[in-house]
Design a protein around this ligand. Structure first.
Ligand SMILES: Nc1ncnc2c1ncn2[C@@H]1O[C@H](COP(=O)(O)OP(=O)(O)OP(=O)(O)O)[C@@H](O)[C@H]1O
Ligand SMILES: [Mg+2]
Length: 580
């Protein structure tokens, strides 16, 4: 509830005026049948034309006023609920931005998308219904009941009998529908997860000709959603035929009793007309309340899902920061006896007892077989994850003691799986640093060996990139990602296999530029090719989550068995390639 309060406060006028105008409209609804009854019983019965005209005009004015208040009320209800939803959506989005990788792993991206869109829309719909009927329906219900008791108590009792019947029906429906709504939203998550995964990987799917498999998989998820929503929504729709039956039976009973009263002359025809109007008002109000309750049940299921996002404990925070203003200056890195697991109950650690020292400005190569833990090792430096045991230090201070913002500002990681956004090349590069001047952008592009190919494009830096940079080659994309990382002017630059699609010569040119242009930046280069790390100040060799060698190429070649294995396997291949 707390998450809605600020917006109810901020848009209080909508939340006040919406119900206010709807109540005004409701008042009109009581008065109209009363005048109507008078026209029939007093005007028509006595042939008083003036009376009929006067009261007819009054009814007309009242009807126009009711329309005006109805329109105003609906307007405020729509505005208020849309603004509340926008606010909550923004807050939810902000909260998700604070999430650590493990939080996102836990919720899954697809589910977060459902929560921020569909679930918040449920809240919006419910708020809108509430604003329109919150006071109007109870007032109409009570008002119409009072009026009908005033008109004819005997008939009013018949009317009242329908209330418990509907009440029990609603109660049963809610009990059954509530868990079904939750299941329906969960299935919607599954659908979104599937859509996201399939559409973002459409290229891979096409290249493996796996469309049929994914069509079938989607059909399965889609069918399940259809079944779950049918189950949930049919409970809601059940209400309508049941209340229609209740209305008809009640009307019948009223007409039956009233008919006898009219025959014996103890009741007038106009009174019966008015009574039937009140009767339908009571039943409409009851139906509306039932609907509000049902929508509320659905909104409550969504609210629980949004609350889970709000209440998620962000596993990485600034709890231990010593000085929030401090910035990383040298970029030296050390790890002391670091152990890490992605799943805390796993026995096997992904990193075990890692120790290393990297001095400021060094160029370090990190090499090791696939799955040996290289990416994991470097993700501990900008605190994408926290080590379970041991310490990771930057500038001699534990990473937890730097503010996350300053730490991450000073560490640029070109991730193994990196993406560009739709927009121009210049916009994409400036994404790393909005304030960068044209010269800085060009300089970064030059270091990353991209200036050449960018200038060769007809629109140069203003070339529009398609979604995810589809209109560039793999190696061009990688180089843009490097340039983008450089523009952040980091103290520590980490390239995770970021030149895998770049040819050997360009790869070497980039490394040479790193040495010459970025002497004060600590550089860690993860690579599959030994060539990419050959000239590093030191090379770290990893195997199964452990560091098995640190040193210069020559030393490692002489003493480190895993390094020799990598070296010779690549050497052999090279020779085959040369001679073949
Ligand atoms: N987000 C994750 N959740 C769970 N396990 C993970 C995750 N990322 C990696 N792992 C596991 O951790 C181990 C090390 O993975 P890591 O990505 O660090 O290897 P790597 O050396 O970078 O490999 P590659 O050369 O293929 O990039 C692997 O066994 C992998 O299955
Ligand atoms: Mg990796």
């Amino acid at each position: 509830m707390n998450k809605y309060k600020p917006y109810i406060k901020k848009y209080w006028y909508s939340f006040l005026l919406g119900p206010f105008f709807m109540v005004l409209e409701a008042c009109g609804e009581f008065i109209l049948p009363f005048i109507n009854a008078n026209i029939i019983d007093k005007g028509a019965a006595n042939g008083d034309v003036d009376y009929i005209i006067q009261n007819g005009l009054l009814m007309l004015v009242l009807a126009v006023l009711m329309m005006a208040t109805g329109v105003l009320g609906a307007n405020f209800a729509v505005r208020g609920s849309a603004r509340l939803a926008a606010g909550v959506r923004r807050d939810t989005f902000r909260k998700i931005q604070t999430f650590s990788f493990s939080n996102i792993d836990e919720f899954t991206t697809g589910s977060l998308i459902t929560r921020i869109t569909n679930d918040i829309t449920q809240i919006q719909n419910f708020t809108q219904t509430m604003l329109r009927g919150m006071f109007r329906s109870p007032i109409m219900l009570i008002g119409a009941l009072v009026m009908s008791f005033l008109l004819n108590p005997t008939l009013a009792w018949i009317l009242l009998a329908v209330v418990p019947v509907l009440g029990i029906t609603i109660w049963i429906i809610i009990r059954v529908a509530s868990p079904r709504y939750t299941k329906m939203q969960e299935q919607l998550d599954a659908l979104n997860i599937d859509i996201r995964e399939t559409i973002t990987n459409e290229r891979v799917i096409k290249s493996f000709v796996r469309e049929d498999y994914h069509k079938e998989k989607f059909a399965g998820v889609n069918h399940a959603l259809m079944e779950k929503s049918t189950k949930a929504l049919k409970m809601m729709l059940l209400l309508q035929p049941i209340s229609a039956l209740a209305i008809n039976v009640t009307t019948l009973a009223v007409v039956w009793v009233a008919g006898r009263q009219i025959m014996v002359g103890s009741m007038e025809l106009g009174t019966l007309t008015a009574f039937i109007t009140y009767l339908s008002q009571v039943l409409t109000a009851l139906g509306f309340l039932a609907n509000v309750i049902l929508q509320g049940t659905r909104a409550a299921a969504s609210d629980r899902r949004i609350s889970a996002v709000y209440n998620a404990e962000v596993s990485l925070d600034d709890r231990f920061v010593t000085d929030p203003e401090d910035q990383v200056s040298s970029g030296a890195i050390s790890m002391r006896d670091v152990t890490f697991r992605y799943f805390k109950d796993n026995e096997e650690a992904v990193l075990s007892h890692v120790n290393l020292e990297i001095a400021s400005g060094e160029l370090v190569g990190l090499i090791g077989s696939t799955g040996s833990g290289k990416t994991t090792l470097v993700s501990l430096i900008p605190r994408l994850y926290d080590a379970d045991e041991g310490e990771v230090l930057v500038d001699g201070r534990k990473v937890q003691e730097w503010s996350l913002k300053h730490l991450r500002d000073s560490v640029s990681v070109v991730l193994q799986k990196n993406t560009l956004f739709s927009g121009t090349i210049a916009e994409n590069l400036r994404w790393g640093n909005e304030q960068a001047t044209d010269e800085e952008v060009q300089e970064a592009a030059t270091i990353a060996c991209s200036h050449g190919f960018i200038s060769a494009l007809p629109d140069g830096y203003e070339t529009e990139l398609g979604q995810g940079g589809v209109n560039l080659s793999g190696g061009q994309k990688q180089r843009l990602c490097i340039a983008r990382a450089l523009l952040k002017k980091p103290k520590i630059l980490i390239l995770d296999d970021s030149t895998s699609a770049v040819d050997t010569k360009t790869d070497a040119t980039i490394r040479k530029a790193f040495r010459e242009k970025l002497p004060g930046v600590t550089k860690i280069i993860i690579a599959q090719r030994i060539n990419s790390v050959l000239d590093a100040d030191k090379i770290i060799v990893m195997d199964q989550g452990r560091i098995v060698g640190i040193g210069k190429h020559e030393d490692l070649l002489a003493s480190c068995v895993p390094y020799q294995e990598i070296y010779w396997s690549q050497k052999d291949r090279e020779e085959v390639e040369h001679h073949g």
